[in-house]
Design a protein around this ligand. Structure first.
Ligand SMILES: NC(=O)c1ccc[n+]([C@@H]2O[C@H](COP(=O)([O-])OP(=O)(O)OC[C@H]3O[C@@H](n4cnc5c(N)ncnc54)[C@H](OP(=O)(O)O)[C@@H]3O)[C@@H](O)[C@H]2O)c1
Length: 284
């Protein structure tokens, strides 16, 4: 079995790649930075019982369709056709919409959504001709509800839900199973970076839930792929949000926006007080 994992050098992608490698599958890790890819490969190789000749790495930016197509072609040339694609490469950069440069918004869409489309396109034709294959897109719990400061990320990740559902409708007749999962906050390098940028309004919604380990998320994803699940949800709250969203979301959104308005009101009155103090100091 040949498993291709984008974002395989870190976090959830690396944990998934490790699980498949420990089952004896051929695994290709794709990501941008060669140093991190080499480290990930060495980390997997060092595990007991791993056949290092079954792990390969390829440096590629998923946002570039041309790079993706040639990287996947060469991975398939050495390990055979892709049986399972895991599209885990992704980034997040929380900021309010008006403080987010267009380039930062666009990059999240290019990597998370268009990057996923690029890798799916690179394996899909082959899977269709073989009438076999599995594709797993890594979305996010952030696809299930709009979160303050996450306009680009929520847009990219909820689009993956629609992409997976629509592609699944086209692919099922050819024996290809297309799935999507919606992980919660997970202890990874991305999560640790994200926490430093997460606005307090978002923390009010997300901060009370303990993050999962990357290994636990990976085990649920791989188990879901084995069982042929179309959608994978994590934990009680996110599962409820997924299935009962239209019922739950209005009151949840009302509660969060009330908190947000209070914070903004507090900030505005503090800054008004500061500027009137300054006017007073300057005798104006
Ligand atoms: N951690 C969470 O709380 C959480 C929750 C829900 C969903 N997710 C999603 O899960 C996926 C994995 O996230 P993670 O937390 O494991 O992040 P991570 O530890 O930062 O790993 C991200 C991986 O994606 C690769 N990558 C990023 N941009 C890329 C690009 N343009 N081309 C190719 N590879 C790229 C990174 O390597 P390079 O930088 O070297 O390219 C790295 O291997 C993401 O799609 C993320 O949105 C994460």
């Amino acid at each position: 079995m040949h498993v291709i994992v984008t974002g395989g050098s870190s976090g959830i992608g690396l944990a998934i790649a490790t699980l498949y490698a420990s089952r004896g599958d051929h695994v290709s890790l794709l990501a941008r930075h060669p140093g991190r890819l080499e480290q990930a490969q060495a980390q997997i190789d060092a595990l007991p019982g791993i056949d290092s000749s079954r792990i390969q790495i390829a440096s590629v930016d998923v946002a570039s369709a041309a790079q993706v197509s040639s990287a996947i072609e060469s991975c398939e040339a050495s390990f055979g056709p892709c049986d399972i694609l895991i599209a885990s490469a992704g980034i997040v950069e929380p900021r309010t919409f008006d403080a987010m440069p267009a380039s930062v918004f666009d990059e999240q869409i290019s990597i998370n959504l268009l990057g996923t489309a690029n890798v799916v396109r690179a394996v899909y034709k082959g899977m269709k001709s073989r009438r076999d294959g599995k594709i797993m897109m890594i979305s996010s719990g952030a696809a299930l509800i709009g979160i303050f400061g996450y306009t680009a990320y929520c847009a990219s990740k909820s689009a993956l839900g629609g992409f997976a559902e629509a592609l699944s409708a086209e692919a099922a007749a050819y024996g290809i199973r297309v799935s999507v999962c919606f992980p919660p906050d997970t202890q990874t390098p991305q999560y640790r970076r994200e926490l430093l940028m997460r606005p307090p309004e978002a923390a009010a919604l997300m901060g009370s839930v303990k993050p999962w380990s990357a290994e636990a998320v990976a085990a649920k994803i791989v188990g879901g792929i084995d069982r042929g699940r179309a959608k994978i949800h994590f934990g009680f709250s996110l599962t409820m949000l997924a299935y009962l969203g239209p019922l739950i979301k209005p009151s949840l959104i009302w509660w969060v926006s009330r908190k947000t308005r209070k914070n903004i009101g507090k900030e505005t009155s503090e800054s008004l007080a500061e500027s009137s103090d300054r006017r007073f100091d300057h005798g104006k």
